[in-house]
Design a protein around this ligand. Structure first.
Ligand code: SAM
Ligand code: SF4
Ligand code: FES
Length: 383
């Protein structure tokens, strides 16, 4: 199976069909040879040293055609070297769509009056986590809008999931106080996801009214200090963002020494101020994933749901460009349409077991395997 992405011919088929492929079983094969020598040098350097300057990253973020294909191949090779064939699954429970924030891109923002709001009870959340564990998930991600869910209740939920299922727990509930993060860590939470979204303080403030970039970074530092495995990430294609800002995002991933990096395209939502702006592209998202893999070889990088929404093959492409994680939805079906951070989100009508089966098929079709371990950070201290 081959296809054309913006003039780049890539073969996405399982590498096992091409045992003599120049790049082993990456599954991606350059069809013609039009590689720019300065790009090749940069890729060699990135693969060898896992470090590049902002200017060098910008050069890679601007590659096209065969150079883009080569970038994805090199990232895939680094993924294979450090993470092997295993893909970690994290089951997401979207437990509340209330939010007191007003992020300009997000459908859950408080000014969106057109959304029926819901908040799951601790019992419902625990039941969904147990169902995820039964389906073989080794991690659940508890995600919500910034809804002020009672910190003690969250602590109790964490303890009960740990006691009954023994799986890893990632929290993704936004900006909270140090003491709350501490309580949840002591209750057994393993990881925390807080995307910095865009590494430009002014643009950050413009897109997140009432929010300050330094506060975001301060929390990422607290989380690290508290012993969480820390994930952050960005959105590609936000209005006002350019390659230099994305390069700064990637440098920030490195500086924060992240355990996980989530990278997804901006998708305009009809009930937000950004409704008429174009979506982020698949190609820029894949380039960001690939460069991030080259510079952070140990990080866990998901093939995001947002990428799977803008392109039905988006997650597969990311898994071939450096990603090693997928985060299928395990929320009960009746709540899924209400967690509409962007429109046309995939998996809205499916049940948890459908998504588990679907993703298993996708991973197998790429010649990869679903990991059976917890998928903790590969960095020293967490293994
Ligand atoms: N409220 C928490 C927070 O903001 O950290 C967690 C939930 S929030 C819905 C999870 C992520 O959704 C955000 O970090 C943001 O990157 C992403 N997101 C929200 N709206 C989006 C959109 N329109 N397009 C792409 N990603 C979006
Ligand atoms: Fe709320 Fe998170 Fe959406 Fe911002 S991105 S409006 S904090 S749910
Ligand atoms: Fe949900 Fe494919 S992962 S239907």
């Amino acid at each position: 199976m081959s296809e054309n992405i913006n003039n780049t011919t890539i073969n996405w088929s399982n590498g096992h069909n091409h045992p003599k492929g120049k790049f082993g079983n990456t599954g991606i094969h350059v069809m013609n040879n039009n590689i720019n020598s300065s790009v090749l040098k940069l890729l060699d350097k990135a693969e060898r040293e896992h470090d590049l300057s902002i200017d060098e990253i910008v050069t890679l973020l601007k590659v096209k055609g065969d150079n883009f294909t080569m970038l994805c191949q090199r990232a895939d090779r680094v993924r294979a070297k450090y993470h092997g064939k295993e893909v970690h699954l994290r089951g997401i429970i979207e437990f509340s769509n209330y939010c007191h924030r007003n992020c300009k891109y997000c459908g859950l923002r408080r000014d969106n009056q057109d959304l029926k709001r819901y908040q799951l009870t601790p019992q419902e959340i625990i039941e969904m986590a147990l169902e995820a564990a039964d389906l073989g998930y080794k991690t659940v991600v508890l995600q919500s809008g910034e809804d002020g869910y009672d910190a003690d209740k969250i602590a109790q939920i964490i303890k009960e999931i740990k006691e009954k299922a023994g799986i890893a727990i990632t929290l993704c509930v936004g900006e909270r106080d140090y003491e709350e993060y501490k309580l949840w860590k002591e209750s057994g939470a393993d990881r925390y996801l807080l995307k910095h979204e865009v590494a430009d303080p002014e643009l950050y403030h413009e897109l997140h009214p009432e929010m300050v970039f330094a506060e975001r970074i301060k929390r990422l530092e607290w989380l690290k200090e508290l012993g969480y495995q820390v994930g952050s990430g960005n959105i590609t294609g936000l209005p006002g963002q350019d390659e230099v800002i994305i390069a700064r995002d990637i440098k920030l991933f490195q500086e924060l020494d992240l355990d996980m990096v989530g990278i997804g395209p901006f998708i305009p939502h009809q009930n937000t101020p950004l409704k008429d702006r174009p979506a982020g592209t698949v190609e820029m998202t894949l380039k960001t994933v690939a460069v991030t893999r080259l510079l952070l070889p140990l990080a866990h990088i998901p093939a995001t749901t947002a990428l799977g929404t803008v392109d039905p093959e988006g997650r597969q492409k990311a898994l071939k460009a450096g990603a090693n994680v997928v985060m299928p939805n395990v929320t009960a079906t009746k709540y899924r349409p209400l967690y509409e951070i962007y429109p046309a989100k995939i998996c809205i009508g499916e049940e948890a077991k459908d998504c588990r089966q679907c993703i298993g098929g996708i991973i197998a079709s790429l010649g990869r395997v679903v990991s059976t371990d917890y998928g903790h950070s590969l960095k020293h201290g967490f293994r």
